[in-house]
Ligand binder design. Structure first.
Ligand code: SAM
Length: 120
């Protein structure tokens, strides 16, 4: 028998994928204060020509900062939930960041993200 469907709150507070319904929480201004994305991305020591795959990008908390560091490179957004990718892409487009593409798929079943572009 199939287990009953879990609510988004149950998914938020329990096991499983972060619910899209709470995606905005990941962009809470308080988070930018506590965990400035630039400070974390600094640790990656990216080069302007790097090509980065951001697995589980969600709504794009780190994405604009990463993409801006890649002035001659490229950022591929990768997430298992299409609405998350949509939010991240919109945020980047609003900031006129164009060196990005997105792929929807699950990192647990993909050997290469380029091969699972139709997964979700
Ligand atoms: C808690 S959110 C974090 C998002 C973002 N990295 C951040 O720090 O704000 C985790 C994200 O990873 C994605 N995710 C979880 N498992 C995944 C998998 N196996 N493959 C691809 N994306 C996955 C979820 O859809 C969700 O958007």
């Amino acid at each position: 028998m199939k287990p009953p469907a879990r609510t988004s709150w149950q998914r938020l507070t329990g096991r499983g994928m972060y619910p899209v319904e709470y995606a905005r929480w990941l962009l809470n201004p308080l988070r930018y204060l506590i965990m400035p994305p630039g400070r974390i991305v600094d640790r990656l020591r990216l080069l302007p020509t790097d090509r980065v795959l951001e697995v589980g990008c969600g709504p794009g908390f780190f994405s604009p900062v990463i993409a801006r560091r890649l002035s001659a490179g490229h950022l591929t957004l990768f997430d298992a939930q299409a609405p998350m990718l949509e939010m991240a892409s919109q945020r980047l487009a609003k900031q006129r960041i164009v060196n990005v593409s997105s792929v929807c798929g699950s990192a647990t079943v993909c050997r290469s993200p380029m091969r699972c572009s139709t997964w979700c």
